[in-house]
Design a protein around this ligand. Structure first.
Ligand code: FES
Ligand code: FES
Length: 163
């Protein structure tokens, strides 16, 4: 007997401040829907096992590993990807400091780090080095040795506190 293809679902997803009706297969992860159905390829595709953190996005301000989450669970939630990080004044201080300090080399891990760091600084604007290290410990980088990343987050935190 011929198998029928599973039917797509159509849901409103709110990503980077805009709501879009998106049709996708119900088993698709949030990562797949963002990248392949919505064209938001800033969120990177890494281990798909919840181990590298490069697929991190924010959902209602909290970091979520989009490779482990089903997109259909996110109707009505506020999703932020790296494409939504810059504001009307230009790049977010985290983006500026990462660029200045060469905290991004190949850049594959960078979107995940930026979003995990944003979530931390929104909650704890004066986070110290140990807290930054701990909060970013789920994000792996093969290039930088992490020091530049931690320094960039500290400098961005100062920028944000100064307004
Ligand atoms: S791709 Fe999601 S944690 Fe690695
Ligand atoms: S900059 Fe290359 S993996 Fe982090």
């Amino acid at each position: 007997m011929k198998k029928t293809a599973p039917a797509k679902v159509t849901l409103p997803l709110r990503v980077n401040g805009e709501t879009q009706e998106v049709s996708f297969l119900p088993h698709r992860t949030l990562l797949e829907v963002l990248r392949e159905d919505m064209g938001l390829t800033g969120t990177k595709h890494g281990c798909e096992l919840g181990e590298c953190g490069t697929c991190t996005v924010l959902v209602d301000g909290e970091p979520v590993l989009s490779c482990l989450a089903l997109a259909l669970e996110f109707e009505g939630r506020e999703i932020t990807t790296v494409e939504g990080l810059a504001g009307p004044q230009g790049p977010h201080p985290l983006q500026r400091r990462f660029a200045e300090l060469n905290a991004a080399q190949c850049g594959y891990c960078t979107p995940g780090f930026l979003l995990a760091a944003k979530s931390l600084l929104d909650r704890e604007p004066a986070a110290d080095r140990e807290t930054i290290r701990k909060e970013l410990s789920g994000n792996l980088c093969r290039c930088t040795g992490y020091l530049k990343i931690f320094e960039a987050v500290e400098l961005a935190a100062e920028d944000l506190r100064r307004g």
